[in-house]
Design a protein around this ligand. Structure first.
Ligand SMILES: [Zn+2]
Length: 374
């Protein structure tokens, strides 16, 4: 009996380690007016926890600031932020359906934002199927679940003073609410419940990306500061496929316009050359010659200014063509740091388990149950 209890305790421990752990997810920011679809029953309370007495059986809640005060369906909220809690059914914000609690905050300039307050493991069940296909092997989804859990807890610690911990989009990791949930991705979260990645006893910044294009990137080459566990390793991704290789064409004025919109002072683009590359062939510095002079910028800043999807990675070569257009030929998608999702999928197809996948991409880390002191 004692042995049985001990085994039961060990099995339950990872789950209990995260019981009650929550996360604040920014669903929608800087809105003039925000709509919350209600499919069920909700209650509202103000910033001091006082229940607001009002009828909320309407299918749509409209949030906006009028004369500087937050209003819900035209009724002022005395002490924001407003909290809306689903007690039955679901709510929908920005296409994300969820059953939890929403916090509506007033922002400067008469704008509003919506933040979901979620149970951590529930949150992860909305992240894993959005970040990795439910058609992939269970072990790959488990690796994604552990990386996503670690990333979320790491962000929660580092954003502790802010209004939210993570965003629901690619700026953090994609959260899709209940919309994409599937039995296999739920299972990946449940079977790794509470497990996180640590280095030296501390949570790691478990970055991941779509496809590295051959080798992953040392974090120092992209974001400036080297980190022991985010080093360049073999990508393991398949050699072909649309994410592996890409080609993009831009006219001089398209590049000029995009950079001007982001506040760069730039004239007519005359030439673009790669001035420096990392060991894994990613552009770390780009020099743009234009009619008013020269603009030298980091490869990552160029990608950010053009649009993360517009220039899928910094692993590219650029050529000016006879017609005066610029041809970018590249490999991979995303910043290239940490776990490569397509490479992880390939490792899964080769029969590797989630521990092997994670220990390949994150150098010298441990996989262990979460403790608050990590
Ligand atoms: Zn890769």
């Amino acid at each position: 009996m004692k042995t049985f209890l001990a085994i039961l305790f060990i099995m339950l421990f990872p789950l209990s380690a995260l019981a009650g752990e929550t996360i604040r997810v920014l669903l929608k920011d800087d809105q003039q007016r925000l709509e919350v679809k209600v499919d069920g029953e909700v209650i509202c309370y103000d910033g001091q926890g006082n229940l607001m007495e009002m009828h909320l059986d309407e299918a749509m809640l409209e949030l906006e600031t009028i004369d500087g005060a937050l209003h819900i369906n035209g009724i002022p909220v005395p002490r924001p932020p407003l909290k809306i809690k689903a007690i039955a059914g679901q709510m929908g914000v920005n296409g994300i359906r969820l059953q939890s609690e929403l916090e509506i905050r007033k922002k400067p300039g008469g704008l509003v934002q919506a933040i979901a307050l979620l149970d951590m493991e529930e949150y992860l069940k909305g992240v894993v199927p959005a970040e990795a296909s439910p058609k992939w092997e269970l072990e790959v989804l488990k690796a994604q679940a552990v990386a996503a859990r670690t990333y979320a807890l790491y962000k929660k610690k580092s954003q502790a003073g802010g209004d939210y911990d993570v965003t629901a989009d690619v700026n953090s990791q994609v959260y899709s609410g209940n919309g994409l949930r599937s039995p296999i991705s739920d299972r990946a979260v449940d079977e790794t419940a509470g497990l996180v990645l640590t280095y030296d006893g501390k949570l790691i910044n478990a970055m991941f990306h779509g496809c590295c294009g051959g080798e992953t990137e040392d974090v120092g080459a992209v974001f400036g500061k080297p980190v022991e566990y985010l080093k360049s390793v073999e990508g393991m991704c398949p050699p072909h496929g649309s994410k592996m290789q890409w080609e993009k064409w831009f006219s001089a004025s398209e590049i000029q316009d995009a950079l001007e919109r982001k506040g760069y002072r730039i004239g007519k683009v005359r030439d673009i050359r790669v001035a420096a590359q990392s060991d894994s062939d990613r552009v770390t510095r780009l020099v743009i010659t234009h009619s008013k002079g020269e603009l030298s910028m980091k490869g990552n800043d160029f990608r950010k200014a053009m649009g993360w999807e517009v220039v899928p990675s910094t692993r590219f070569a650029v050529k000016k063509t006879k017609g005066g257009r610029y041809r970018f030929e590249g490999k991979g998608s995303g910043h290239g740091v940490g776990l490569c999702q397509l490479g992880a999928r390939e490792m899964g197809l080769q029969g590797k388990n989630f521990e092997e996948i994670l220990l390949h991409y994150y150098t010298d880390v441990k996989i262990e149950p979460y403790r608050p002191d990590m």
